[in-house]
Design a protein around this ligand. Sequence first.
Ligand code: PAF
Length: 310
Amino acid sequence: MRIVIVGPGAIGCLYAAFLSKSGQEIWLMDKNNERAAKINQQGITVEGLSGNLQARVKTSADVKEIGSADLIIICVKSYDTKETIKQARPLIGDNTNILTLQNGIGNIEIIQEVAGPDKVIGGVTNLGATLIDIGHVRHAGKGETVIGRIDGKIPVEMRFIRETFNKVGLEARISRDIKGLLWSKLIINVGINALTAITRLNNGRLVEFEGMRKILREAVTEATRVAKRKRIKLIYDDPLAKVEAVCEATATNVSSMLQDVLRKKRTEIDFINGVIVRQGQELGILVPVNSILVDLVKTIEASYNLAVEK
Ligand code: PAF
């Protein structure tokens, strides 16, 4: 099986390094030629929870060099999904499956628009990873990868993906309700990501300040109302308790959105709190806290290069 991982960020590099031990043909696709050449030459270095691992992974920016794939794993930032899937079109053959392991809501639909409804598999990864340098990643958090199709069907290829992941130590399982899982993760991100990006605090600190805890709770309550109206079945009973527990369990984490802000990069706010704002407005549910969080994060993004005038 030819597996192409698209996106050389922390998660893309981590999956590529693990899957390089699978016995399958593994490629990493990077839109940046120079970076692709560097990873191709130096390989991927993983440190942290899984020990030190050095993996050689064929890396290219040229879809023609890679050829048609059996499985494409999309690991790019959500705002790049549309462009990425268009570029990756030559990799998609009649029997190609496309698995998205991205944050937020909306990626499955964007990929389906280009690739068709039957090829797309949703995924939630609970692995924690931080990119230290090009092709160099720290494995910072253990967790399972859950995959599933929106229609709940489990074709044989999905079992093969699960087995391939499990074989290399990427703990994986299949769910018939991937939407519920994606929304369950979304609500955690809604509570943590924007607030850490605005305050520049580690996840655990959010629950130490009464004011932060209050805003977190309000953002999560709004998101839960939206999910409830959409009849999404969350995988936990008490969303507030769950988000606070995740803050504590990942206390020293620098959230992915804070990492983006610290690197002065665009964030995934539109696919996280932005989803709650758009869907809340469509459903007539008040979402003022999420709306403010979106505006604040967008202001931070837009003002990266403005110096304080004294
Ligand atoms: O986006 C992230 O950083 C993670 O999903 C989470 C759970 C907030 C932990 O840092």
